[in-house]
Ligand binder design. Structure first.
Ligand SMILES: Nc1ncnc2c1ncn2[C@@H]1O[C@H](COP(=O)(O)OP(=O)(O)OP(=O)(O)O)[C@@H](O)[C@H]1O
Ligand SMILES: [Mg+2]
Length: 248
């Protein structure tokens, strides 16, 4: 299989923790510009797969390539972030004591320390980037408010905005709608679809209503490898998926 048009290419990847194979001969390919939803039972290896892609965990075996020919197993976590892979963990980690806009400014790509980021004159290009991100994360009306005053869902959106400020090519988003209201969950599906127009995205979620809203190809992981892959209708009709996950 050619890596040419792929943003992420995993083949034969395995990793064990104390003899337990959390990822077992995993192969997963994401095309440039694609958004993929990853589902599967607790312990299936979804988060560990993201740990491998971001360099947090080293695979024992297998190939991991980014953007065609970049061998991620040769890079560390900081390098991989610089190469253009942004990751959102489940719990929002915003700067609570800064206003919403400053949270984005502090995340803008490029070497900068806090004081110049907040007080130096911003370029027109930076202002435009911030405005564009506000449009996507639906928080323009909260620019000047303390991040601490946002709802849980809004903090998740702000953190997605902070990822966008670093201009990644690939975003990895782990359980973004956990703890959100139904309205926030639906808005998050729209927001991610908008982001996916210009980025490659992997979303891990247990919320099947949300996954349906995304309307993208689904990969079901189980015991560290791919159990089923295809449209949500295809995957949810797969008896093995029903047995280990959806039918619980
Ligand atoms: N650093 C680690 N050390 C030891 N075991 C680990 C480590 N990371 C993951 N595991 C184990 O690997 C397996 C896969 O865990 P992982 O967190 O990837 O599952 P998951 O699919 O994200 O599950 P969930 O849906 O509950 O988030 C689990 O059995 C977990 O306990
Ligand atoms: Mg997980």
């Amino acid at each position: 299989m050619s890596k040419a048009n792929t943003i992420l290419y995993l083949d034969g990847v395995s990793v064990s923790f104390d003899g337990f194979r959390a990822i077992n001969n995993l192969s997963l390919v994401l095309d440039k510009g694609e958004m993929r939803a990853i589902i599967g039972p607790n312990g299936a290896g979804k988060t560990t797969m993201m740990d491998i892609v971001t360099g947090k965990t080293r695979p024992d075996a297998g190939e991991v390539y980014f953007d065609g020919n970049v061998d991620l197993t040769r890079h560390d976590e900081a390098d991989i972030a610089m190469l253009g892979i942004g990751r959102k963990f489940q719990k929002p980690t915003v700067f609570e004591n800064h206003c919403v806009e400053d949270n984005l400014l502090l995340s803008l790509k490029g070497p900068r320390s806090i004081l110049p980021a907040l007080f130096s004159r911003r370029s027109t290009a930076e202002n435009k980037r911030i405005d564009d991100i506000f449009d996507i994360i639906r928080l323009g009306h909260r620019r000047g408010d303390l991040a601490a005053s946002l709802s849980h869902g809004q903090k998740q959106w702000l953190e997605i905005g902070m990822l966008l400020a670093q201009d990644p090519k690939l975003l990895l988003v782990d359980e973004p709608v956990a703890g959100m209201t139904d309205a926030e969950t639906e808005e998050t599906a729209r927001l991610l679809k908008q982001i996916a127009e210009t980025h490659s995205v992997i979303v891990v979620e247990h919320d099947m209503h949300f996954v349906r809203e995304l309307g993208v190809k689904v990969t079901c992981l189980h015991e560290g490898s791919v159990l089923s892959e295809g449209s949500l209708d295809f995957v949810s009709a797969d008896e093995r998926v029903v047995e280990v996950y959806l039918g619980r």
